[in-house]
Design a protein around this ligand. Structure first.
Ligand SMILES: [Mg+2]
Length: 227
């Protein structure tokens, strides 16, 4: 693909981070913390305040309610607030570190204009890139990659990732021509939407990703070293 682009737009899960991170790390971390936060009368007033918004006094019932929302993937604003708080605490306390691929870390350091577009909120994206596992010293303090990122987009800022209009919105916001931008994702529907407005696209093939039919339609990459 060479160095023909001034600007790179990156998906996160399945592209620069293992697809399993959310399911195998973030969600179990939240579930474990919920059990603890509901059972102990939390000394943290922010947590008590969020929990009180559910209006369920019985601890067993409150816990079951929250876990049920998670299991059913209900887009509940109080749940989102609680998750945001718990994950922020997990990152800030060093208990969660984002496993960004080493080739992606090098890429982000090497390239000038990097933007992120993920269905996870901008707030969650900033946390993720603020606390990245150092691949050369995983036991050390996490790396802060936010200094290498020029902007963040999510569904609220730009629209759904499978809609062409979302990519037009992003181009307007970053002030770039479509032809200068390479969008990388593991989801062919997202690549098709970006290609509709004229962006160049690359399909990420990473361990654990769902198999993609018709890969010959796309420029495929297994890591970002050659970009
Ligand atoms: Mg993805």
């Amino acid at each position: 693909m060479g160095d023909n682009y001034s600007t790179y737009l990156l998906d996160i899960e399945g592209t620069i981070c293992p697809i399993s991170f959310v399911k195998d790390t973030l969600f179990p971390y939240f579930t474990n913390r919920v059990l603890e936060l509901v059972q102990q009368d939390s000394r943290d007033s922010s947590i008590s305040e969020i929990l009180s918004q559910f209006h369920i006094d019985d601890k067993q019932k409150l816990q079951a309610h929250i876990l049920n929302l998670v299991a059913k993937d209900v887009k509940d604003p109080i749940l989102k607030q609680l998750q945001g708080y718990v994950w922020a605490d997990g990152y800030e306390s060093g208990q969660i570190k984002a496993p960004i691929y080493v080739d992606a870390i090098d890429f982000m350091k090497r390239k000038k204009r990097i933007f992120i577009y993920s269905s996870g909120s901008v707030k969650a994206q900033r946390l993720l890139f603020g606390y990245v596992k150092d691949p050369k010293a995983p036991e050390h303090d996490s790396l802060d990659l936010t200094t290498y990122i020029d902007g963040y987009f999510d569904i609220n800022t730009s629209g759904k990732k499978t809609e062409p209009q979302s990519y037009a919105n992003i181009l307007r916001d970053i002030g770039a021509n479509a032809s200068e931008v390479l969008f990388l994702s593991d989801n062919p529907l997202e690549l098709d939407a970006a290609a509709t407005v004229g962006m160049a696209t690359g399909l990420a093939i990473r361990p654990g990703n769902a198999p993609v039919p018709n890969t010959q339609k796309y420029q495929v990459f297994k890591n970002l070293e050659d970009l």
